[in-house]
Design a binder for this molecule. Structure first.
Ligand code: HEM
Length: 140
């Protein structure tokens, strides 16, 4: 499917080959990472399928192609022991990889979206686990 004319990725030069390059490089590093590798290697049975799904996901996020049709919340909520520490490390590794693989403006968009999506995933996981949200006392 072609990019949507108002997709944010178009302005910063994101293309499907760039997405494939980023996703391939990132998960190759994830598999060898001492914190994240064991989780992924225990869970992912078919890496070809995982990479194709993640390319579709990033294509939908940045190029608005609607290629991704999955449910990321249950896929993560069922992972035992996944914590904010894992997310922080995932995000750092993703940002480092994006800056290496993509031109700066494209990397900036991938990084911005990864941080927002990780935040909403973490919130959804906490709610799924019945942890609720700490009341904030700094609101006016
Ligand atoms: C601590 C960080 C994370 C861990 C350990 C993790 C782990 C996983 C695992 C094990 C799967 C299932 C793979 C499979 O069975 O094939 C998965 C799927 C997925 N992850 Fe993550 N993930 C993390 C963070 C993120 C973030 C920040 C994003 C988005 C920016 C993301 C996007 C996705 C998507 C789109 C899927 C496919 C879900 C589906 O449709 O089945 N993940 N992840």
């Amino acid at each position: 499917m072609p990019p949507h004319p108002r997709a944010p990725g178009l302005e910063v030069g994101i293309t499907e080959p760039m997405i494939r390059d980023l996703v391939g490089t990132f998960y190759a590093r994830v598999r060898q990472d001492s914190l994240l590798g064991p989780i992924f290697n225990a869970e992912v049975e078919d890496w070809g399928d995982h990479l194709a799904r993640l390319c579709a996901f990033w294509s939908s996020v940045t190029l608005m192609t609607g290629r991704y049709k999955g449910k990321p919340v249950p896929a993560h909520a069922r992972l035992p022991g996944i914590s904010n520490r894992h997310f922080a490390h995932w995000l750092a590794l993703f940002a480092e990889t994006a800056l290496e693989v993509c031109p700066p403006a494209a990397a900036g968009l991938f990084i911005d979206r990864s941080q927002r999506i990780a935040q909403s995933l973490q919130l959804a996981i906490a709610l799924d686990r019945g942890e609720g949200i700490e009341a904030r006392h700094d609101a006016a």
